[in-house]
Design a binder for this molecule. Structure first.
Ligand code: ADP
Length: 583
């Protein structure tokens, strides 16, 4: 089922991506119009802004349209947009890398604004990289049926690269650092191009996060990327002697949120490389170089130490998770096995009982007394076995069926049980007391009723006192040997009690300790097994305290959401709820 949170997230991502796409398209349209208009007015009015190359404007139009199509899941349009952006960006990048002129710069329009520029019509290198990244990214996004780790990683890197190029250029303009937007060439990223990449990058980053499967990481990859970027920028803008390397340690901790433990080492490699880059690229300082080097070496050592600790922790966690999954699977298989086995056992058992009955009916006069006795025994045993099989079937059903969670008034539950057991309570001179009003909780009502019914039945059944008293209550906190337990229910009796060595055994299926003191019908020894299973399905636990001859108290919690009690607080002090006329 899709949760509200997920729907909200989807909606948020769609809005961010659509806005990013529309901003990019708008900038592209502005660029194309400006170039085609040959407008002196535009050139003069927007002289500080209007540096966007014609190819960049075309690339923006294609990229924006591609992103919008991707949001709408229009495959063909996305591919078309991605293809154009990739072609424009990729070919320009190829020109930069090879040093050749492939003629793409002025292919569609002759540059008439910058006659002195040696790279006439050519977009900046960072713009060509960003457009190439956008093209690749859109293809990955629309073809995202396989969410493999490398694929998501590639999407994260590409979308982050676009955002980083945009942010760097914007920061470059704000800080008046030309290197940030021109990368040393005569072609520079214009202000509107930088703004467009920020918008586009945000849209792509949002879409990547939406596509990312929780199997890879429980945090967006751009978080560590942004941290890396920030620390690096800080490192490069401070003197070489400044110890900024510790800033990389939080990045290593980010790997705690990644599924693969080795991610800690990948982060260690990246941050070590960045630390070294910082050493070579940061402005020199008056601090002696051996001190700076030692500082960097210590930083790298610390990064790897933390990475090793994180790796070991994640590996242990993963192993534990593996064991838990295995345990859950084998439990499920066991439940399935019990269900299938008991279901299939019922049929031959029925046959056995029927044949024994037929034999008794039709051949009774032909058999001697011993034969009849044995046949009767056979039919009795097959009946008992059917009861056991039914119990087993039911037990496996408790493990398999989903809980039907609802708000439940436990006072009502106890009233129902009282009504159901009226005859037994009267017959055995038993009364159920509820000293304090029970809370309302959210649970599977029929199953929790079964828990209380089983415990109350046992409390009455295994009781040798003339006046049997069963107390049902609730306590906010109970101290146990293993520490305090919260929101605890209890069922206390003044019965025969249970010896401490049987505290665990009584919960085993078909385990019976003793017959009822007054020789009432024996159970099959499954009641407490059901009780335990139901409580555990609710995320709670059951335990007991007992004193042979004096009585037993079963405690349990259900780990359920607790609601306000139904009765008013002044009614909570009603000490005893009269149950029985015989009491
Ligand atoms: P059954 O009642 O069918 O025997 P249960 O699983 O309910 O099966 O109980 C298992 C055993 O635990 C019982 O046979 C009984 O000996 C013991 N027992 C359960 N509840 C109590 C109790 N309140 N007081 C004393 N003994 C109990």
């Amino acid at each position: 089922m899709i949760s509200r949170l997920q729907i909200d997230r989807e909606r948020g991502v769609t809005v961010i991506a659509s806005v990013g796409a529309l901003v990019t398209i708008a900038i592209g349209v502005f660029g194309v119009i400006a170039w085609h208009s040959h407008s002196e007015w535009l050139w003069i009015t927007f002289s500080g802004v209007f540096y966007m190359k014609y190819n960049t404007a075309l690339g923006f139009l294609a990229a924006g349209a591609g992103l919008l199509a991707c949001v709408w899941r229009e495959r063909t349009l996305t591919f078309a947009g991605a293809g154009i952006a990739l072609a424009i960006g990729g070919l320009t990048l190829a020109q930069y890398v090879t040093g050749l002129n492939l003629g793409v710069d002025e292919l569609f329009l002759k540059d008439y604004w910058y006659p002195d520029n040696p790279l006439r019509g050519r977009m900046a290198p960072s713009v060509s990289i960003a457009l190439t990244c956008i093209g690749l990214m859109l293809i990955l996004l629309i073809e995202d049926n396989k969410k493999t780790f490398s694929r998501v990683m590639a999407m994260e890197v590409l979308s982050f690269a676009v955002l980083a190029i945009g942010v760097t250029a914007v920061v470059g303009y704000l800080a008046d650092a030309g290197i940030a937007y021109s990368w040393g060439t005569s072609a520079r990223v214009s202000k509107e191009t930088a703004a467009g990449f920020v918008a586009m990058g945000l849209g792509l980053v949002a879409l990547t996060w939406q596509r990312q499967s929780a199997r890879i990481a429980r945090m967006p990859l751009w978080v560590p990327a942004l941290l890396c970027f920030t620390v690096l920028v800080f490192d490069l803008s401070t003197l070489r002697g400044t110890a900024v390397g510790v800033g990389y340690i939080p990045i290593i901790f980010c790997s705690l949120w990644f599924t693969q433990p080795y991610m800690a080492f990948i982060f260690a490699v990246v941050t070590s490389a960045l630390t070294l880059l910082g050493y070579f690229a940061a402005p020199p300082s008056h601090v002696e170089s051996w001190i700076v080097l030692t500082n960097r070496a210590l930083t790298i050592g610390a990064l790897w130490f933390v990475a090793t600790l994180v790796f070991m922790r994640r590996r242990t966690e993963l192993r534990m998770q593996g064991y838990m999954d295995q345990l859950e699977r084998s439990n499920q298989e066991l439940d399935d096995f019990a269900y299938i086995a008991s279901h299939d056992l019922k049929e031959p058992l029925r046959g056995l009982f029927n044949h024994a009955s037929f034999l008794l009916e039709d051949y009774q006069d032909k058999l001697d007394e011993d034969g009849v006795r044995r046949l009767k025994r056979l039919s009795h045993l097959s009946q008992r076995m059917e009861r056991l099989v039914n119990d087993l079937l039911y037990f496996s059903r408790i493990g398999r069926a989903e809980l039907a969670i609802q708000e439940t008034d436990l006072n009502g539950v106890i009233d129902e049980i009282r009504l159901m057991m009226e005859a037994t309570l009267t017959e055995r001179q038993a009364r159920i007391i509820v000293p304090r009003s029970l809370p309302r909780i959210v649970c599977d009502k029929p199953r929790v009723t079964e828990v209380f019914r089983n415990l109350i039945t046992n409390a009455v059944k295994y009781n040798d006192k003339a006046k049997r008293v069963v107390e049902v209550g609730f306590r906010e906190a109970v101290n146990t040997r293993s520490g305090p337990e919260w929101n605890v229910f209890y069922v206390r009796d003044n019965g025969i009690g249970i010896a401490a060595e049987f505290y665990d055994e009584i919960f085993r299926i078909f385990k019976r300790l003793n017959n009822t003191p007054d020789g009432q019908e024996a159970g099959t020894g499954v009641g407490l097994t059901f009780v335990k299973k139901i409580i555990e399905r609710h995320g709670g636990r059951i335990w007991l305290e007992s004193e042979p001859g004096k009585g037993t108290t079963f405690y349990f919690n259900l780990n359920c959401q607790r609601k306000e009690p139904t009765r008013q607080s002044h009614e909570r002090d009603v000490i005893q709820v009269p149950v029985h006329s015989h009491s």
